[in-house]
Design a binder for this molecule. Structure first.
Ligand code: OOG
Ligand code: MG
Length: 256
């Protein structure tokens, strides 16, 4: 149980997500340190689990210069993925349950065995790679936050979709062309090299951050390496991401 400022942050974030209403100036958001913010993030996960959800992996944020520039945050962060966030490839996402959703193209890794990030090497544990699409939905008004806020808000995680898994060596995930087309036909392109120079670097950063935070992965868990381009609004209609040699993934957004 979190009490005091941490408990308040937890309650504000939980209510914002449940009600699809952003936290605004004047709502009494408490200033948090980065460590406190990760404690709030962990408590949010505990609440989800208590309601029947299940951890299914980890995500990295701000692994690309494009995202850092877009959001004004310049440090790699880690968040939690749960089963309820996973959207089947091509399935529907209801925008009405979200505040101001955005979508970003990513790649995902899957681990084939349990990993204690403090002691185990991660890239050897990876047994699959795929194209991925992440829906982010900051619980703060205007998508405006600083580092502790976005960390407490589970790195804006809202939903994600995964393409078919390939047994590509993680070392071969560099320099792949990434394309995202959103509901109004807008197309952005980039390269997996935008992710810290090579997606393997994302795994290395996750190992360092995860060891510090005491994080673990279970066999079958997913890691989102972070967006390869800036995020775009999640508009009604089909959003599709393709990653050269890995394939594609899509979702269909509906609702106001
Ligand atoms: C935070 C989430 C960042 C990424 O891939 O860089 C992230 C945000 O931009 O709201 O998921
Ligand atoms: Mg992301």
């Amino acid at each position: 149980m979190l009490t005091g400022p941490l408990g308040l942050a937890l309650d504000l974030l939980d209510a914002a997500q449940a009600g699809a209403r952003p936290i605004r100036a004047g709502d009494g958001w408490p200033e948090l340190t980065l460590n406190q913010a990760y404690a709030v993030q962990a408590a949010l996960l505990d609440r989800r689990v208590a309601r029947g959800d299940r951890p299914v992996g980890l995500k990295l944020g701000f692994t690309s210069a494009a995202k850092m520039r877009q959001m004004g945050v310049h440090e790699v962060i880690v968040g939690r993925l749960t089963a309820s966030m996973l959207v089947a490839d091509g399935a529907r996402v209801d925008r009405g349950r979200l505040i101001h959703p955005r979508v970003e193209p990513e790649i995902a890794f899957r681990v084939g065995r349990d990993v204690d990030l403090a002691t185990d090497t991660m890239d050897a544990a990876v047994d699959g790679v795929c194209a991925a699409l992440e829906v982010i939905d900051s619980r703060y008004d205007g998508f405006r936050f600083d580092l502790p806020r976005v960390v407490a808000d589970n790195t804006s995680a809202a939903a994600f979709a995964l393409g078919p898994w390939s047994e590509v060596d993680p070392a071969a995930t560099g320099g792949l062309r990434v394309t995202m087309r959103t509901g109004d036909g807008t197309v952005v392109t980039g390269s997996t090299d935008a992710i810290l120079g090579h997606p393997l670097r994302a795994l290395e950063r996750l190992a360092v951050l995860g060891a510090r935070l005491g994080l673990r992965l279970s066999a079958g868990d997913v890691i989102l390496a972070g967006a390869a381009t800036e995020a775009l609004p999640l508009l009604p209609g089909r959003t599709e991401v393709t990653v050269e040699s890995l394939g594609g993934v899509a979702l269909h957004a509906e609702g106001a």
